[in-house]
Structure formats: C-alpha cells, structure tokens
Design a protein around this ligand. Structure first.
Ligand code: CTP
Length: 406
C-alpha cells in the first residue's frame, strides 16, 4: 500500500465538490494512510462530519472552541498536536475564501489555524466557479502560495455545478490520491549526483518566417519529469521546444525551436549525461526550403500549393547508437497496436524503457494534467498504470530508472 503509515490531514472547505471527499477519505484509508479530517463550518453544509468521521474512523474537527468548558481546555491546542502529527496536509476542495485565508495567514477557524502551525508540506486542490477561479485576487493568492512552496493541484475544466463551463472542477478522488502519493515520495534522493537530460514539448519546423509545421504537445510531461528528477537530487538539463510553461526550480533549461536544433543540443549534452528521457514530440519531417520572406497568397499559382518535406534526424535512435553507460527512455504515442509498436521501438532504438500512451484515451495525451501510460522495460517487464497526474507518472518512470543507475 502506497501510503502505509502516513498521517494525512485533510482540510475540507465549503464548496459543492466537498461531497467527493467521502471517496477521497476512503481511498486514502485503503492506501494505508491515517486520515484526520478538519472541516470549515461551510463545508458541513455540503457533507456531514458524521460521513467523513465514519470513513476516516476519527472524529472530525470543525470547531476551534468546542462547546463545554472541559472539552475546550483539552481541545484548543489540538492544532499544535495535529500539526506535529501530520506528514502532509491537503486542503480539498480549497475554496477561494480558504485560499485567501491561507495566503494571508488568517487564523479565524480551525482549518486556517492548523495551516499556520504546519511543519509538513501543504497541498491545495482549488475548486470553485470558473469566474471566481479566474478572478485576479484568486490567481494572485495561488501565485503567493506557489512561491511559498505550497503544492497546487490545477482544477479540471468542464461543466461546473453552476452550469458554467471552464476550469474549477475538483479532480476525481483517484487523481488526487495519485498526486498526493507523488508528493510523498518527493523526499527520495535516489538520483543524487546523477545527470538527467530531458527533452520536452513540440518542435516547430519553419515554412516561412511566420509559419511553421508543429504539433499539439504541451510539454507538461517533460516538465513534470524535470521537476521530479531535480527533487530526487539529479542535476537536470531540460531541452524544450516552444511551450508556455515556467522552468521548474533548480532546472537548467535550453530552449530550441526545430528538430535539428534539438538534435544539436542533445548531441552536445549526451556524452556527459547519465539518463536521457525523450518526451519531446519531435517533428518527423520539416520543409525542405523554408522561404526567407513570408509566402504571399498571390505568389501561389492556382488553388493548391505543395510543401516539400524531408525527414528529420531521429534523435533518440542516434543516442541509442552512441550510448555507453547512459539509460535511455523513449515515449511512444500510439493509437492502435500500442504494445507491439512500443516493443519494436524499445529494441530498434536500444532503449531501457519506453512509455506508451494513447492520446485518444480519457485522461491521456497532449495538454491534459493526467496521463494513462504503460511502461515497458528492456527486461520484459510491462506495467500498465492507472490514470494519474503527469507528476505521478514522472515519479513512476524515475522509480524504474533509478535502480538501473546503480
Ligand atoms: N523521437 C526522436 N526524434 C525524432 C522523432 C522521435 O528522438 N525525429 C523520439 C521521441 O521523443 C520519442 C520517440 O522517439 O521518445 C518516439 O518514437 P517515434 O519512432 O518517433 O514514434 P512516434 O513518432 O510516436 O510514432 P511513429 O513510429 O508512428 O513515427
């Protein structure tokens, strides 16, 4: 069980998604954790303390000052005891109000007071209506929390309880569980002193100075891997195609645009690296003669134009041919016959592992926060993992890479 013996504080604030915490508590307990639930007054309107107390097998705390003098004297310092007891605190759902209280250090209810006293990592899963989520005040508060090292689980997009559509939905309990599992292994140092090279994002192959051939890769999987490897002690270089993502703390980043530029950067870094993980969606072809000036509509005779393309270098394949001690991990994006193609790639490119995903599956593919992958190892092991956050997938990949380095 992934969370055996872990002490989790679950802070529930008052949003409609609070009903999902019943399943979340059950999942945490099944994974072996001890869970202490703390609720704001508003949360008790959406799910009862009796429900969460029964599932967690611990009395839920809602009040700072429980009624009855005797109880009050023993209870009022509970926030200090619990803060010391916890391995992690998760606030889910975290409403705009509770996020604001945490960002500004308020202590006007038990949940907020407990957060102030914590010595363990804090994680929050915001959930609210789309306009409240997008509001500048909420976004500013989330930025403040991130800067302080609070882990923030992005809400999912979709239809909200109000009927509006957009980001604000609390991810499913299973996704939250895997995210928390990923956070709990952060303290590992099994990559200490190792050099890890990660590629991420798409490549853009110019047609003319303003147009390119590209793909929908967001870079999230590669950035998650770079962040996870850094936390596990590795010295990480991230070679990124054009993406809109902040560089994870501690990561050395090199930006490239085309497949050829990426190949050049990998060639330079490869000899001194211990691990190469190619998550980049490298374009297989690029226009042979990119135009020096913007192609004019009228310059094309007739209704059709032909773009001549040539094959780009296969970066991973040439790394496989050159590899000495390096551990090589590739990604395979397949929509049919996935295992067969992934096995072929593993052998043909001399890989140690290949991560197979099918972008047509729910919760997988480009731009999503989660992924559904199967990891195939050179020794024949095959693990199909459930849907989990890209950060949790990154941890799973590194769990398999680290032992190969010893
Ligand atoms: N890759 C690479 N250089 C390329 C193309 C892909 O290094 N020019 C890497 C990718 O980063 C990925 C793996 O190779 O790790 C994907 O293998 P590839 O054979 O390109 O498979 P797909 O593009 O997924 O599929 P297909 O076989 O259909 O081309």
């Amino acid at each position: 069980m992934s969370l055996t013996g872990k002490h989790i504080l679950l802070g529930v604030s008052g949003g409609i998604a609070a009903y999902k915490t019943a399943f979340l508590v059950r999942d945490f307990v099944k994974a072996g954790a001890e869970v202490q639930v703390v609720m704001t007054d508003a949360a008790t309107h959406f799910v009862t303390p009796l429900t969460l107390g029964t599932l967690s097998r611990r009395e839920v705390i809602t009040d700072m000052f429980p009624r009855g003098a005797a109880e009050a004297t023993t209870h009022w310092t509970a926030h200090i005891d619990l803060a010391l007891w916890a391995d992690i605190m998760l606030v889910a759902p975290a409403t705009a109000n509770t996020l604001a209280k945490i960002a500004y250090g308020f202590a006007d209810n038990f949940l907020a007071t407990l957060v102030l006293a914590l010595r363990c990592p804090l994680a929050v899963a915001p959930s609210m209506d789309v306009d409240m989520y997008r509001n500048a005040a909420t976004q500013h508060n989330l930025t403040l929390l991130r800067e302080r090292g609070v882990h923030v689980l992005e809400p999912e997009s979709g239809e909200l309880a109000s009927g509006l559509v957009g980001p604000g939905r609390l991810p499913e309990p299973e996704t939250i569980l895997h995210w928390v599992e990923g956070l709990m292994v952060e303290t590992r140092t099994d990559l200490l002193g190792k050099k890890v090279l990660v590629t991420a994002g798409p490549t853009h192959e110019p047609i003319d100075p303003v147009r390119y051939v590209g793909n929908r890769s967001s870079g999230k999987m590669g950035f998650a891997l770079a962040a996870a490897a850094t936390r596990r002690g590795a010295e990480v270089t991230l070679i990124s195609g054009p993406v809109h993502l902040p560089t994870p703390p501690g990561v050395r980043r090199r930006d490239v645009a085309t497949a050829r530029e990426m190949a050049g950067a990998v060639d330079e870094e490869f000899p001194s690296t211990d691990v190469l993980i190619m998550t980049a969606a490298v374009a297989d072809f690029s226009p042979v003669h990119p135009a020096g000036d913007k192609i004019k509509r009228d310059a094309v005779v007739g209704d059709r134009m032909t773009l001549e393309m040539e094959k780009n270098p296969d970066i991973l394949r040439s790394a496989g041919e050159r590899k000495a001690r390096q551990v090589l991990v590739g990604f395979a994006l397949e929509t049919s016959n996935g295992l067969h193609h992934a096995r072929q790639k593993l052998a043909a490119k001399h890989l140690d592992a290949v991560v197979l995903n099918d972008p047509t599956e729910d919760g997988a593919g480009f731009g999503t926060e989660t992924n559904v992958v199967t990891i195939l190892m050179a020794d024949g092991r095959i693990d199909r993992l459930p849907q989990m956050s890209k950060l949790a997938v990154a941890e799973e990949i590194l769990n398999r890479v680290a032992p190969l380095l010893r």
